[in-house]
Design a binder for this molecule. Sequence first.
Ligand SMILES: *Cc1c(COP(=O)(O)O)cnc(C)c1O
Length: 385
Amino acid sequence: MELSFILNHLGEDRETYLNAVAPPVFQTSNFCFKTVDAMRQTLTKEFEEPFYTRGYNPTVATLRKKIAALEGSEDALVFASGSAAVAAAVMSVVKAGDHAICVKKPYSWTNILLNQYLEKYGVKTTTVDGSDPKNFEDAILPTTKLIFLESPNSMTFELQDIEAVAKIAQKNNIATIIDNSYSTPLNQSPIKLGVDIVVHSASKYLGGHSDIVAGVLATSKSRIQKMFSEEFMTLGGIISPHDAWLMLRGLRTLELRVDRSSQSAAKVVAFLEKHPKVERVLYPFSDSNPQLAIAKKQMRQGGGLLSIIINAKEVSEVERFCDNLKLFLLACSWGGYESLLFPMCALHNSKSYDNPLPWNLVRIYIGLEDPEVLIEDLKQALDKV
Ligand SMILES: *Cc1c(COP(=O)(O)O)cnc(C)c1O
């Protein structure tokens, strides 16, 4: 399906809401019926017809159609956060006694879910270096039911060969989940590469305006049906109709925003790679990335997020760089309109630096501002290191 049609028209049944051009927010918890029989009929298909908003809401339904079409899946679900989507996906494929394999350095709360939280339900997880597909194969046990991927991750951008890992999983009857937040459906299509379930933090690019926390999940109809009556309805981590509406509005410009942010990031990377105060740039499409060939094979372009290792001897030098930037906001998250900065040294406490990532690593998100102006700002702040 053509991208601009998905973003602007798919799932918008305008005749059903007085031909309003912009869809209304169905800000209602429940829906009523003329007869008992009509009520009875709807109760058998709560996930595809309006009955109660935890299960189905028309504003959210429009979003589900768009997300599924964007990822090339049969159906999709929308959640109150990316973490809720990750948890529902993971819990839908593992049960007590099962084993999961997770790529090294996933998103922090995904790591806690798999490596700590699910232990109390009897699920064991092995973490593997994802740079070689064989590492996944070697970690498979008779009880392995899940391989969790995040390619690239959102701090240091290591990639996995998605197609190769998906093949290994299929051969061994293991479900695969990938966190595709970095790439968005525009820059990477994991379902085409054989992955079973795609999840996103929609708080990032899909929402795109730093005003909602939300998550999405795309997969087959049969998985969605099972997940609906289990994780989705019981855990109940749904998006509100109003936030769903904001995501629909954000999606209108997804292609414009992602392309602008990606293209500006490429310019910023080219500048940073030549700067003497920058020891290294971490970016999937950097010429210095040892995994560049995999990036080119499975991604259409890099995103707007990158990291630098600053050529500094002391934390105070990194702080001087960050504190002197005028346009970049010091904040977590990414994927909005505004450029952001997240320095690892902010995790420094007075006693020790308990983090596997280098203290002089600074993550940079390139938003929609003029890239030349952003480069000027980075330049004056690097000069102060
Ligand atoms: C932010 C993020 C998440 C978590 O999403 P929330 O919407 O904050 O719950 C998961 N994965 C990645 C890669 C993220 O960047």
